[in-house]
Design a binder for this molecule. Structure first.
Ligand SMILES: O=C(O)c1cc(=O)[nH]c(=O)n1[C@@H]1O[C@H](COP(=O)(O)O)[C@@H](O)[C@H]1O
Length: 271
């Protein structure tokens, strides 16, 4: 099954557009697992178990693992998710971008070492730097377009050809030229619903990864109104910290499950 098929299946069967973001910060771990050698793996595994019924996919952020020398725990986690929840796509958030020969190594890392269904990439260096990822035709390539942070406007709002802002130019390039195998998705922040609507209008039913609800304050009804595709779905709406750290007490698993369910329900109520 390709990434796109898996994602469509996950949307249909989970009735959820919530993506569980895994940004494990040892400073915020519950006492029960803090200090364990495998704490990152155990924390993330528990979070996936608690939230799996309410999500359409899982997005581990690689820096939270590599900064702690925990790449082996990320490998084990991806294997656990594939074995236990084979219907849930894994989007490895790595935001890679480099010349083709190096990109080949990054693609190998994401798709072979971690066996991710999709990876996030940065289009700043152009098409040839994305080709090594696109060559893995069954995997997803999730391209930064209009990011959720304030500073995204510094470059993404610069007017390109015909006065079109750069983020919309990227959306057009992907929709019209780069998505030849139907494997691409775009990153658009929930913090900018107006631009989300413009991207949706430009790219039709292409999947969108939409971070920025929860800890970054993005408005759920505005996001849903702006970003759904023609079938009333089409988004992986990510939330990480607001779910992972819903409670630091003994009820951390239950609190995460409750937060995930409530977020899924808030998204569905706005559809
Ligand atoms: O590609 C991403 O996932 C991403 C793009 C973007 O524009 N903004 C953004 O916040 N992200 C990621 O989404 C997650 C957001 O986490 P929370 O703000 O805790 O929900 C982090 O892992 C970010 O690295």
């Amino acid at each position: 099954m390709t990434f796109t098929e898996k994602l469509n299946h996950a949307w249909a069967t989970s009735h959820s557009m919530l993506m569980m973001g895994l940004d494990p910060d040892p400073q915020r771990f519950p006492a029960e697992i803090a200090g364990r050698g495998d704490a990152i793996y155990e924390f993330c595994r528990a979070m996936v178990d608690a939230t799996a019924p309410y999500v359409c996919g899982v997005k581990p952020q690689i820096a939270y693992f590599s900064a702690q020398r925990a790449e082996a725990q990320l490998e084990a986690l991806c294997q656990y998710i594939h074995e236990t929840y084979p219907h849930l796509p894994i989007v490895l958030d790595a935001k890679r971008g480099d010349i083709g020969s190096t990109a080949e190594q990054y693609a190998h890392e994401a798709f072979e070492r971690y066996n991710a269904d999709a990876v996030t990439v940065n289009p700043y260096m152009g098409f040839d730097t994305l080709q090594p990822y696109l060559a893995w035709e069954d995997r997803g390539v999730v391209i930064l377009c209009r990011t959720s942070n304030k500073g995204g406007s510094d470059l993404q709002f610069i007017e390109s050809k015909d006065g079109v802002p750069l983020y919309l130019h990227v959306a057009g390039l992907v929709a019209d030229h780069w998505n030849t195998h139907g494997q691409c998705a775009l990153v658009v922040g929930a913090t900018f619903p107006e631009e989300l609507a413009r991207v949706r209008e430009r790219v039709g039913d292409m999947p969108l990864l939409v971070p920025g609800i929860g800890a970054q304050g993005g408005d759920i009804p505005a996001t849903v109104k702006a970003g759904c595709d023609s079938h009333g779905t089409g988004m992986m709406i990510n939330s990480s910290r607001a779910i992972l750290y819903a409670s630091g007490g003994d009820d951390w698993r239950e609190a995460a499950a409750h937060a995930a369910r409530a977020t899924r329900d808030a998204i569905n109520a706005a559809r």
